[in-house]
Write a protein that binds this ligand. Structure first.
Ligand SMILES: [Zn+2]
Length: 148
């Protein structure tokens, strides 16, 4: 089974970042017209706070009633049976894929304390942002524990 991918409307930027963190391909376009979103939808599900827009997307449309990020995330996780996979996580900034990076490679890109405390690093294939399983991951775990 292929994993679902998503396109999120302009009101769902925070949700897009979280879906990327838990490993799902999530495009987010802030300033597009509804018709433009529908035109580029392809195989993605359209997550939107706009009920009319979700209906225009047909079976690919998914309307999110709540304004609350935790509710939105838990709703989507449940509806699409998403799971957290740290090996597949995407860059929260740009939706790029992360790759394991050696300590040498990231030495100049993270603070010294972070560098000496952690053994495993990941780097975004697209924008070069560096990730590690520090406080960042604890926050993710906490949030997911809270909603599941
Ligand atoms: Zn990136």
């Amino acid at each position: 089974m292929t994993e679902p991918s998503f396109l999120l409307d302009g009101m769902l930027g925070s949700l897009a970042r979280w879906l990327r963190i838990i490993g799902y391909d999530s495009e987010y376009l802030r300033d597009e017209e509804d018709s433009a979103l529908l035109a580029i939808l392809g195989d993605r599900y359209l997550l939107t706070r706009d009920k009319q827009l979700s209906q225009r997307a047909g079976p690919k449309g998914f309307y999110l009633e709540s304004d609350d990020l935790d509710v939105q995330l838990s709703t989507v996780v449940e509806r699409f049976a998403l799971r957290l996979d740290l090996e597949r996580t995407r860059c929260s900034a740009c939706n790029g894929l992360l790759q394991k990076a050696s300590k040498d490679v990231v030495k100049d890109k993270v603070e010294e304390g972070t560098w000496s405390e952690h053994q495993e690093f990941w780097m975004c294939h697209e924008c070069g942002k560096v990730y590690w399983q520090g406080a960042h991951w604890k926050n993710i775990r906490d949030r997911l524990d809270k909603i599941s």
